[in-house]
Design a protein around this ligand. Structure first.
Ligand code: GLN
Length: 532
């Protein structure tokens, strides 16, 4: 029978619940268990696909083409779990399913209500993932903070599940905060007590508390938390601040969290250390041999989470090259005002990530020109590839008014344009080219050198494509088309000749990079930057 761990959060948001859940997965995998994760998001959007990065941060994409919460990205980076469209359950999806069933007549005669219909639908979604994945332990993270109105149906659903499954089959872990009041010189337990009280009011008793804190927890404080929150002393886990997120599994391990979970779930597995992870990831992050400065040019650089997977993949590229990557975030709109020199000077590599809309586009085009002319290693991703194509069309092929029809519908030279099938799309939700598609590499390319194989598969999230009518003039001027989706004849990767490293791809390689297995393109981009 499957076992479950439910992770909730209290006091404030941004406690790192997603990283905590991913780290628990990592610890359990190290002990030889298979795991998967589900992220429950209480908002009414069906998925985050139509939300702005200002609202939601990065939209993560799974192999099967779901637009999902970025916490699933942490999960894929920390573990080997398989993540799919079912791994993200939102209020929007739950209501959508229930209302569809109601219209179909499935509930005929009944009044459809939050309890039991909505909560049953949540439970069904959770159990389905666990059944499909056939894993030992399913970790379910409930988004939001205890006390929010919108998360109540999710909390009621996990309360029922915990009751149905019984002891040893389900576990409640609550991530909470122990604020440190500087002026009083004291660490406070009251917010945690209140948060746990709030949970207990709705019938959930936490089995383990992960206490986020900047100071160590003293024995007296632990005793106090245990007593007033009604948990075992050993179940008060210190989750102290760390410099690198990849240290979190090590710090949990030090606290004995894996032993505790196994004990509470009545699972017997040999103890295993995390030395590999420590040596390959954490030690390299802490003591790199080299350093390299890379500029990321985007319009959401002020936001911490908008390019989450990009920043992580750059860090992984650094780990693979034993180098610290100093990421300089450059606002593409600033580049529009002046020339590239001021902002990009000293960059050993320039990366342009994905994006939508025309704000900052001309600045990105300037950044490409700078990288191309100064022969600085360049990595364009999705929109980054599209602007690289626009720049090349305008400045090398002299194609006047070259643009993407996303930004100029009447562009004289639409080097990036919509496919017929996309022109017919009316609904914006989940209607892009999404998820994994195959791509064939030509053998004489930087990309082949990186992947060391001809056939690859990468994740997509875009509507516009390179316009094949411009292949000839591009090739004549030295742009190679080295990655092609042969089924649809679509351009997936372009590379510039006579440049040390200029690679731009229509897909999103950042979603498949892991700290101990850097994505080959990110690894080689950083290697090229180190060589610049
Ligand atoms: N806006 C572009 C498109 O839709 C690029 C999307 C992206 O970078 N993810 O094709």
């Amino acid at each position: 029978m499957e076992k479950y761990i439910f992770v909730t959060g209290g006091v404030v948001s941004s406690l790192g619940k997603g990283i905590a859940a991913a780290s628990i997965g990592k610890l359990l995998e190290a002990r030889g268990l298979t795991t998967t994760i589900i992220k429950c998001d209480p908002y009414i959007n069906v998925d985050p696909g139509t939300m702005s990065p200002f609202q939601h941060g990065e939209v993560y994409v799974t192999d099967d083409g779901a637009e999902a919460d970025l916490d699933l990205g942490h999960y894929e980076r920390f573990t080997n779990a398989h993540i799919s469209k079912d791994s993200n359950i939102t209020t929007g999806k739950v209501y959508y399913n229930v209302i569809t069933k109601e219209r179909r007549g499935d509930y005929l005669g009944k009044t459809v209500q939050i309890i039991p219909h909505i909560t049953d639908e949540i439970k069904r979604g959770i159990k389905k993932v666990s059944h499909d994945e056939e894993v030992d332990v399913t970790i379910v993270e409930i988004g939001g903070t205890v006390g929010d109105i919108e998360s109540l149906p999710f909390l009621e659903a996990i309360r029922q599940l915990r009751w149905e499954l019984g002891e040893h089959y389900a576990l409640n872990i609550h991530v909470t905060l122990l604020p440190y009041i500087k002026s009083a010189g004291e660490q406070k337990t009251k917010p945690t007590q209140h948060s746990v009280g709030r949970l207990r009011e709705i019938g959930i008793t936490p089995d383990i508390l992960l206490c986020r804190t900047e100071k160590h927890i003293s024995k007296e404080q632990r005793d106090k938390i245990a007593l007033f929150c009604n948990v075992d002393r050993e179940a008060v886990i210190e989750a102290g601040d760390v410099k690198y997120i990849y240290e979190v599994p090590l710090s949990f391990k030090k606290e004995g969290l894996d032993d505790l979970i196994l004990k509470k779930l009545n699972i017997k597995k040999e103890d295993k250390d995390l030395n590999n992870w420590r040596d390959l990831v954490v030690n390299r992050l802490k003591n790199p041999e080299k350093e390299v400065k890379v500029c990321v040019v985007g319009k959401y650089i002020a936001l911490q989470d908008a390019y989450k997977s990009i920043y992580e993949a750059l860090v992984h590229g650094g780990i693979a090259n034993n180098a610290r990557v100093n990421i300089i975030r450059v606002d593409s709109e600033d580049l529009e005002k002046g020339n590239g020199d001021k902002h990009l000077q000293g960059a050993k590599g320039i990366l342009i990530p994905g994006g939508f809309g025309d704000r900052g586009i001309e600045g990105k085009i300037k950044a490409v020109q700078y990288a191309r002319e100064q022969k600085i290693p360049f990595f364009g991703i999705c929109l980054g590839m599209q602007v690289a194509a626009i720049e090349f069309a305008r400045n090398v092929c002299s194609l006047k008014g070259a643009n993407s029809t996303e930004f100029d519908k009447q562009a004289k030279n639409p080097v990036i344009a919509l496919l017929e099938e996309q022109k017919r799309v009316k609904n914006l939700g989940a209607s892009m080219r999404l998820g994994a598609y195959p791509c064939k590499l030509s053998k004489h390319s930087l990309s082949f050198k990186a992947y060391k194989k001809e056939n690859i598969s990468e994740r997509h999230r875009h509507r516009y494509e390179f316009n094949n009518e411009y292949k000839n003039p591009f090739e004549k001027k030295g742009m190679n088309f080295v990655g092609i989706n042969t089924q649809k004849g679509l351009v997936e990767i372009i590379e510039l000749k006579n440049h040390p490293w200029f690679v731009a791809c229509q897909f999103h390689p950042e979603f498949k990079s892991k700290p101990d297995q850097a994505h080959p393109l990110f690894r080689d981009f950083i290697a090229a930057a180190l060589g610049h």
